[in-house]
Design a protein. Structure first.
Length: 272
């Protein structure tokens, strides 16, 4: 509960390309920018597609990906929360039609919500229907629980956000999200073999050492497996020549594969 590990995984071979330990109170969605930078610094390759769960699917993260030229395959956080909490039993935002000519929203009862003010901290405008119209509306119970009536928010860069949402709703995106659930969670499950769930020391910098060691062990194991697969014939010949050359050959291939994995195959999606 004290610490949290954030991890980026290459989708082709499950190599851990970025990892970061933070206090447990840090939200996952705040880490996307740093995880992308760590990945690119470690691999010397630019991220083309990032795949993540809904905790990363904030407006800020979609706009971050837009500005970086990165395709974002992750569920939109606001839509995953639709119909829960205070929103339970009321119309979703998608039930309101936006009219760009008048810059207003039209509600299911045909009332117009006009732009009221701009929230500078969050970068969105707020729209509200006339208070009296909401008070006597027959659909009020299905629309809002607020005394002041229903309000909607529209981001200053909503057109760009909508463009990113469209890309995140494709069949390819859904396939990547499903694949990410298996690969990324499997990477964390694998790390429990090496004591991932328990902090061996106090203080963040010591936990970073533990995290790096666990990630290194997992990556070396992957490299060895790939060595055994791709060089089975060569290793068989080496064994026939003598055992003394086996270790040198293994480490040679590990070094070769490190450069290959962190250089050539990283255009695959980054899973976080």
């Amino acid at each position: 509960m004290r610490y949290k590990t954030h991890r980026g995984v290459d989708s082709k071979h499950e190599v851990i390309t970025s990892t970061k330990v933070t206090p447990g109170s840090v939200d996952d969605g705040e880490m996307l920018d740093e995880m992308i930078k760590l990945h690119e610094n470690n691999t010397q390759k630019e991220v083309e597609t990032v795949v993540a769960d809904s905790k990363y699917g904030t407006i800020d993260n979609f706009l971050l990906c837009h500005d970086l030229g990165v395709t974002a395959h992750m569920p939109f956080l606001e839509r995953t929360q639709k119909g829960s909490g205070r929103r339970k039993g009321i119309f979703s935002k998608q039930a309101f039609q936006y009219d760009p000519e008048t810059d207003t929203f039209i509600c299911p009862a045909s009332q117009r919500l006009t732009r009221q003010h701009y929230n500078k901290a969050r970068g969105h405008y707020e729209y509200r229907a006339p208070k009296k119209a909401c008070a006597r509306c027959a659909l009020r119970d299905k629309c809002t629980h607020a005394k002041g009536g229903r309000t909607l928010k529209r981001h200053l860069r909503q057109d760009e956000v909508d463009h990113m949402y469209t890309a995140a709703s494709t069949r390819e995106a859904r396939r990547d999200i499903k694949k990410r659930q298996d690969l990324s969670e499997r990477s964390f499950a694998w790390s429990t073999r090496y004591g991932y769930k328990r902090a061996r020391w106090r203080r963040l910098w010591r936990m970073e050492i533990q995290d790096f060691l666990i990630a290194a062990i997992q990556n070396i194991t992957i490299l060895i497996k790939q060595t055994n697969r791709k060089n089975a014939q060569g290793e068989a010949q080496t064994k026939r020549k003598g055992r003394h050359s086996h270790t040198n050959t293994l480490f040679f291939h590990i070094g070769l594969l490190v450069r290959k994995f962190l250089g050539q195959c990283i255009p695959e999606p980054l899973l976080v």
